[in-house]
Structures are given as C-alpha cells and as structure tokens.
Design a protein around this ligand. Sequence first.
Ligand SMILES: [Zn+2]
Length: 257
Amino acid sequence: MAARDNRRMSVSRQQLQQAFDALLQPERFKDYGPNGLQVEGKPDIACLVSGVTASRALIEAAIARRADAIFVHHGLFWRGQDGRITGWMRERLRLLLAYDINLFAYHLPLDAHLEVGNNAQLGRVLGWAADQRFGEQDLGFAGPAAFDGAQALADHVAQALGRAVTLVQPAARRIQRVAWCTGGAQGYFESAIAAGADAFITGEISEPQAHLAREMGVAFIAAGHHATERYGAPAAAGLVAQQLGIEHHFVEIDNPA
Ligand SMILES: [Zn+2]
C-alpha cells in the first residue's frame, strides 16, 4: 500500500472478479441476467467506480474519473432483451469499449448479501436488523420495529431516504414488525404478510398492492426503486476495493423512480 504515493495499486481483472464472486456467491441464485463480468475491459484495475445502474451517465462519470472497472447492481443484459446493439445500448457499449472499462454486475446476489447487500444496507439506514428472511430465494428481510402507526413509519422512511414515499395505510395499527425488500419487490407483499409483518417497505408499488394493503390491514410503503437500492453497491465495491488495496468511488446518479 505504501506504493500508492508513486504508482496506483492495481489488481488483475481475474482477481477482482474472484473477490466479487467470493463475497456475493452468484452461483447460489437464479437470476434475470448474467452476474459477474458483463463487459471485458483492460486486464489491470487500479480504480473502481460503483453505482446502481450501468446507465450512460454512470459510464461517463467513470470515464471522467479514469476508472478501469465499474461495479453495478443493474447491468446491461437481461432476459427478454432482443439482443440488438442499437440506440442507447450501442452508446453505453461504445463508451465502455472505447475506454477499455470492465463492467461487473451483480443483481440478486447483491440484494441478498447479509452484510453488504441492498436489503441489509437499507435495514442499516432505517435502523433495523433482520431476524427473518422470507419470499422467493429468501430475498425478503423482516425484523422488529416500533412505530405508533403507518404514518409515523412512512415519515421515518421518507426522512432517512431523503425523498417522498407512497404510503397505503390501512386502519390504524401499531407497527411492531416490518418487512422490506429493495427495488421492484412489490410482488413479495403477500409473502411479507404471511411472514407476519405489520408493514412492508419496497421500492415500487403496482395497482394490486393498494387493495391488498387495505384488505389485509398491512401498510405498504413504496420508497423508490433507486432510493432503496443505492446502498449495496458502494458497500460491496468499497469492501472489495479495501481488501485489494485499490481506489474506489461510488457515483450517485439520481433517479426519481
Ligand atoms: Zn433493482
């Protein structure tokens, strides 16, 4: 590490990939896209940039910081894409390839990790520790909390995340257990109810959940897909960068969704 004064510490692409895989164990998940190295860049990495999504804005920010690799939660490739390299996809790939930047993406493995994952880190930001996992692939987290009602809980979440939230509030009920799952996990609401939660916090809401909240008497809070998922990437990339002695910067690209 003392070498940092003269030249930056660097690691090989393989070492970085192995460190991410060892931490996040992608082989344990059934996912919607490839986890790990999605776009191959230069063989040596001294500077790592992390962000939530491999958007053009994030790639441009990584170029400005002379990054050798990017680590994201939402990569470029998903099941259901038609595979054409046109328009926005062409531009994102063109920039990565032109600047020889490696793109690493970890989706569900980053949601699930018990310390650096999105769910664990959202719990940290909101002051909650999970004592239970629920839902498909055990991605949902649940634990004790104490709020006089759903509005008090929603106010707490809004304040902690610095943005307005959508609350569907059933009849007044003390909140003693909360369940949460970051991002677009509105489909986990019923398993959160089955797990005994008084309230469920995720990123997004769809039409059916409002009715379920009222009919089942469990509060639903949508606090933003991006806002709930911006804590895992810097935690995971920061830990790996620290282990390997390379430079790391998290770049926040605001997203109202
Ligand atoms: Zn997401």
